[in-house]
Write a protein that binds this ligand. Structure first.
Ligand code: ADP
Ligand code: ZN
Ligand code: ZN
Length: 746
């Protein structure tokens, strides 16, 4: 088999009849008549004879195959192929089929991703908080009750908007239940119950409200509108720092689109959907907006989708899965913070919302807008090569100053006798802020770190000679490459400088908190990491306690650098900027640059200027030096050169195949066997198999191998080949997972 691509002539089609939400489960096999072969494909709507009476039924092709175990006398033929014009549900079938083909999974899994399960739910009661007193009375009360932060946040919000849905206040402003009670007893607020459908919020009037756009903003809006009206549907990338007016542009374009009778989907990482952003959408579009978030139950999600089908809402804001909102006439898909990892699904089908959105838009004749302060290398590359249209917003419209970013070289600190995890510069600033009663965030950059080994004296990091990723230290004292399996003994001394401080990096947030408590016994600390936020409420609770200034210092992992605006935070310390650089992941520099840029954006959101201290062993690494100067373009040029050289996405495409199994030997054997099969049938370089970064989870062993190719379709062919090979060994089918252009540590 070569990788040129060829159309196969299949004999049978598996057809799902009358797809409804209850019965996406079982496809039936039909013969494809010779004269229909060219017209039958996955996702095609067909008419087939069904049941004893051979009643004609509409169905959808979900799979093509050359073999069947259905007895020949039981097989019937497809009667007709329906028109090319795809109806709503056809479109979703076709999208599911596209996802199955491009990401690898079963058709059922793809359909279930696209179509939510119908579930009966009780009508729920939504509450709205209504302000009862005048702004003067409220300001007076606030002046006298400075200590009760939760009440003050609530009242301040009500000064801006008289009626606010309680769900927004709970979710986004973290108002404590006691605050509603107190203020209601004191006659400041009324808690109204209104029966509404779940998922939307009823604001009575949408304010007619918009700003005069800057020339840069206007250019984006005009270009998109001109294309849209000419029937040209593009993907646009808006590159603009936080505060440069991207959201304002989105809203203007949405306004244009819904005026033309079309609908809009806005994807936004849940963690970044702040109260301010949500309220801006409500003020502008009122009850035409539906919000999807992870607290919605399946039934509530279904309701929201039903409102979309019925035309009760025009805009849905939500995370990745909001993409599948079944609008009748979708006009635009906006993906904010498009570089975020949460847009890639971690379960099969492992789809990327960006690519899937572009495909959905193609099918719907809609446009796609991507926005970010630090666009993904993939998107920026596509913008530079002309696949997307690029716009840049260069000016900050908020008037806030950019924070002052400095670097602390930890090698220098060690040389000068400071063995603490806090550099002297950072210590001085911490003392200063504690004295001023301002808040501090300490960010421990631990993303994707699996025990990489580095020299504390010179910053040297042990890397694989074949793969250019860091080696991971295992319990047995060996260092292993998770890309290729290369193994070596760990070093006693640094091969570069001879220091004996060459260690696996272990420090966690708990240790940092201990050290900080010892150094600043009077400071109150809070910690936020995977351990302290197991439950969703605890994440919200820690945020609200920090907002209420119950702590002076918040110590945490990357979750503290995203999302919330803490107006009183004037210092951000990045404790180990380079840690995320050495994850066994070719995207490590990109993620590091993003995280550091975001972290820098956390300090000085209020009126006071902010400081950011980036502590690092490698101030000269391009991911760090370019983040200090906030030079995205410089970073991109360096990074794309590297991707090009190594054939990593977007310069080429990559397919990672994960093979799992309870039996270590069998798992290894299956992986080896699949790799052999590929080598026999294709001329392509296969890397591995080797144990995955996490080589065992819950006693299930994990082997992984990778392929790289310039053509995505070539990789799809290999995926198809593997799926075919696995289909004859049913017991293995659920043990193999495909990941195209992986995002998280390969
Ligand atoms: P981004 O989404 O890029 O972070 P926003 O759209 O949120 O930027 O804009 C940042 C701030 O600037 C917001 O408070 C917004 O109301 C304001 N803003 C945006 N566009 C304009 C404009 N054309 N004129 C005045 N203020 C604006
Ligand atoms: Zn060294
Ligand atoms: Zn290697």
């Amino acid at each position: 088999m070569d990788l040129g691509g060829h159309v196969e002539n299949f004999s049978y089609a598996k057809v799902i009849i009358n797809i409804s939400h209850e019965s996406v489960d079982r496809p039936f096999t039909y013969i494809i008549p010779e004269d229909l072969k060219s017209r039958v494909d996955i996702g095609t709507a067909v008419t087939v004879p069904f049941g004893a009476g051979n009643t004609p039924k509409k169905g959808y092709v979900v799979e093509l195959t050359d073999t069947t175990d259905v007895a020949a006398d039981k097989l019937k033929s497809i009667a007709e192929v329906s028109d090319r014009d795809i109806s709503l549900s056809d479109k979703r079938i076709a999208l599911a089929a596209w996802m199955k083909r491009n990401y690898g999974s079963t058709m059922i899994a793809a359909l279930k991703t696209v179509i939510p399960v119908k579930e009966k739910v009780k009508e729920s009661v939504k509450k709205t908080i209504v302000r009862l007193k005048s702004p003067e009375e409220i300001r007076e009360y606030i002046a006298l009750n400075k200590r009760n932060a939760s009440q003050i946040r609530l009242l301040t919000a009500l000064l801006d908007e008289e009626r606010i849905p309680k769900s927004i206040l709970d979710d986004k402003l973290h108002i404590a239940p006691g605050a509603y009670k107190k203020l209601s007893e004191a006659g400041f607020i009324d808690i109204c119950e209104n029966r509404v459908l779940r998922g939307t919020v009823n604001l009575d009037v949408a304010h007619d409200f918009h700003l005069d756009l800057s020339p840069e903003q206007q250019l984006v809006v005009d270009s998109v509108r001109k294309d849209f009206d000419a029937g040209v549907n593009n993907t646009y990338l808006i590159h603009g720092i936080t505060g440069s007016g991207k959201t304002e542009v989105y809203m203007q374009i949405i306004d244009d689109v819904i005026r033309r009778g079309r609908q809009a989907i806005v994807l936004i990482p849940e963690i970044s959907l702040t109260y301010q952003t949500l309220m801006r959408f409500y003020k502008r579009f009122g009850a035409r907006v539906g919000v999807m978030n992870s607290t919605l139950s399946k039934g509530e999600k279904y309701d929201l989708f039903e409102q979309a089908v019925n035309g009760d809402i025009d805009i849905v804001i939500g995370p990745r899965s909001a993409l599948f909102t079944p609008f009748n006439n979708l006009g635009i898909i906006i993906i904010d913070e498009e570089h975020e990892n949460s847009y890639k699904s971690e379960t099969m089908p492992k789809y990327h919302a960006r690519e899937t959105a572009i495909e959905l838009a193609r099918m719907s004749k809609a446009s796609v807008i991507l926005g970010s302060a630090t666009p993904s290398i993939d998107s920026y590359y596509r913008a530079k090569t002309g696949e997307y249209k690029l716009f840049t917003l260069t000016r900050r419209l908020t008037g806030h100053q950019l924070p002052n970013v400095t670097v602390a070289d930890l090698r220098q600190e060690l040389r000068e006798g400071n063995r603490s995890i806090l550099s002297r510069d950072l210590q001085a600033l911490i003392e200063d802020r504690l004295n001023k009663n301002e808040q501090i965030m300490l960010f421990l950059n631990r993303r994707g770190v699996a025990g990489f080994v580095s020299c504390r004296a010179c910053g040297f990091v042990v890397k694989c000679p074949h793969c250019d990723v860091s080696l991971s230290l295992h319990r047995n004292g060996k260092m292993v490459c998770h890309y290729c399996g290369y193994t070596t003994d760990s070093y006693k001394t640094c091969p570069r400088c001879g220091s004996k401080y060459i260690l696996g990096f272990k420090a966690g947030t708990e240790q940092v908190e201990e050290i900080v408590n010892k150094m600043y016994p009077k400071a109150r600390t809070l910690r936020m990491d995977a351990d302290t936020t197991r439950k969703k409420e605890s994440y919200e609770e820690i945020l609200s306690r920090f907002l209420d200034h119950e702590a002076d210092i918040l110590i945490g992992t990357q979750m503290i650098v995203k999302g919330h605006d803490f107006k009183n935070v004037t210092l951000m310390g990045v404790l180990a900027a380079d840690m995320s650089l050495f994850a066994a992941d070719y995207r490590a520099p990109e993620k590091t640059f993003d995280l550091l840029t975001q972290a820098a954006g956390r300090a000085g959101r209020g009126d006071k200027p902010g400081d950011v201290v980036i502590q690092t062993y490698q101030p000269d690494h391009y991911a760090i030096s370019f983040s200090v100067t906030q030079d995205y373009e410089g970073f991109y040029e360096e990074e794309i050169g590297y991707r090009d050289l190594m054939d990593y996405p977007p310069a080429a495409h990559m397919l990672s195949v994960l093979v799992t199994g309870a039996d270590e030997k069998a798992c290894e054997a299956l992986a080896t066997n699949l790799v052999q099969g590929i080598r026999e049938h294709f001329k392509i370089l296969v890397i591995g198999p080797a144990p995955a970064t996490v080589s065992k989870i819950n006693d299930i062993y994990r082997q992984v191998f990778y392929l790289k190719h310039k053509s995505y379709d070539a990789l799809v062919q290999i995926k198809d080949f593997l799926e075919e090979a696995l289909s004859s060994r049913k017991q293995f089918k659920e043990n193999v997972f495909f990941d195209f252009d992986p995002q998280n540590g390969v």
